[in-house]
Ligand binder design. Structure first.
Ligand SMILES: [Fe+2]
Length: 173
């Protein structure tokens, strides 16, 4: 039987109510992976006509987390970013995605950007999910058609992202 959006949302709510810290969010990663491996779930929710490129599939009225579907048709190189005060979980359903974790070199003061340099690169494959906790700077590189289930700690439509800039290679330590 298929894993439904309602089941996923209910189980995420349960996991975050049981533990709103890192362990609870890791439990959410496991739930996301379960959805990623369910072909009926993917076929129903991660369609190009619904997700251009992001659609909020479910927003929890109490805890505020969102289950989002993303469909990207083309290759792209992401810019380093965080999600302001929110955490996020990326889950890959279709298309290998190269993720880059960035290290903060200098915290900007006032209007100055936070300066970052690449720290780690790894490939996420279908079924993989990964937690980016509050303040974790990351960027995705897509080689072609990619479909994601992404959980946002709060709806990112309402969140201001940090001002982040990659340091030039010549000045990187
Ligand atoms: Fe992100």
């Amino acid at each position: 039987m298929s894993y439904t959006l309602e089941q996923l949302s209910d189980e995420i709510r349960g996991a975050l109510k049981a533990d709103s810290g890192p362990a609870g969010k890791q439990a959410v990663c496991n739930l996301v992976s379960k959805a990623l491996l369910d072909q009926e779930f993917i076929a129903k929710h991660l369609t190009a006509d619904q997700c251009r490129p992001r659609k909020v599939l479910y927003e929890d009225p109490e805890l505020g987390f969102c289950v989002c579907g993303h469909v990207y048709a083309d290759a792209s190189t992401g810019k380093p970013h965080d999600h302001g005060p929110s955490w996020a979980i990326y889950g890959v359903a279709v298309g290998d995605t190269e993720m880059v974790d960035w290290r903060i070199v200098k915290r900007g003061e006032g209007d100055a950007p936070i300066l970052v340099e690449p720290a780690k690169t790894y490939v996420m494959r279908p079924g993989d999910s990964h937690l980016y906790d509050v303040g974790a700077v990351h960027s995705p590189n897509r080689r072609g058609l990619t479909k994601l289930v992404r959980i946002e700690g709060e709806n990112l439509d309402n969140v201001k992202r940090s001002n982040i800039k990659a340091v030039e290679p010549a000045t990187a330590k």
